[in-house]
Design a protein around this ligand. Structure first.
Ligand code: HEM
Length: 222
């Protein structure tokens, strides 16, 4: 019996991109949960001051905060300089093309198929750029909050630049409030992102959620 392959596979996400994607997803989920707890510490234990719930939650927030900061820097670097991210960079072409926007929006309402130069559609790419800058903002404001709690070591090292940034934002209260408000951008993004990932896999009959696990997309052979 002979077997004929009907599809061929293409590596679209390098191992580094996939690993950082899932590490970033984990960090963001932990940061949202621990961050909301920090702002509303409901598990108070007034009778036992040795149960340092707030301290442990803040410790987790800071660990994952530094993880997210490292990932954000590396991810920006990979996007601009990695050879494997050339297919991501090609999406800039689509963002600058009115035709690509129309093609993508039409494909979302079942009018025709996607046709793109890179691996992301223009709307998808612009959303990812937005959430990447939102992550950068969270890292900067998070580090400013950190420097105001820990004055030695790394906190001391970034104190001057943190004071400058705090003044720029109109005070530490503003830094905290914006760090809190922007948390919602991640919640909204995550819900839409997961929905769109599943939906587009079904709509376009391509690997979608699967490709950020395996790295591969599939194309039909003609
Ligand atoms: C997506 C990423 C992040 C989310 C969703 C997030 C969320 C939050 C929230 C909701 C709060 C409570 C603000 C309030 O008091 O109302 C908070 C506090 C804080 N965050 Fe983040 N955060 C993120 C990233 C970071 C990063 C990268 C750092 C840097 C290490 C960081 C450091 C801090 C610190 C030091 C506090 C104050 C803790 C305290 O009051 O004891 N955060 N965060």
């Amino acid at each position: 019996m002979t077997q004929v392959a009907t599809h061929h596979r293409e590596l679209i996400f390098s191992p580094a991109i996939r690993i950082f994607h899932w590490l970033r997803a984990l960090s963001i989920v932990v940061l949202i949960a621990t961050g909301f707890y920090l702002s509303w510490p409901f598990l108070v234990a007034p009778e036992s001051s040795d149960v340092l719930v707030q301290g442990w939650i803040r410790f987790a927030h800071i660990i994952f905060g530094f993880a997210l900061t490292a990932i954000t820097i590396i991810r920006f670097y990979l996007f601009f300089f990695s050879r494997n991210s050339a297919n991501e960079r090609r999406s800039i072409k689509d963002v600058l093309s009115v035709k690509s926007w129309i093609v993508q929006i039409k494909s979302y309402i079942w009018m025709g198929n996607l046709d793109k130069a890179g691996i992301y559609g223009p709307l998808q790419f612009v959303t990812y750029v937005g959430i990447s800058f939102a992550a950068l903002f969270m890292c900067i404001t998070g580090l400013v909050l950190y420097a105001n709690v820990y004055h030695e070591g790394f906190g001391g090292l970034i104190w001057d630049v943190s004071a400058w940034f705090t003044a720029l934002m109109g005070g530490l209260a503003e830094v905290r409030v914006w760090h809190h408000i922007m948390t919602w951008a991640f919640i909204i993004f995550m819900v839409i992102h997961v929905y769109m990932a599943v939906w587009s896999g079904i709509r376009f009959k391509h690997n979608s959620v699967d490709s950020i696990v395996s790295g591969y997309d599939y194309h039909k052979d003609h």
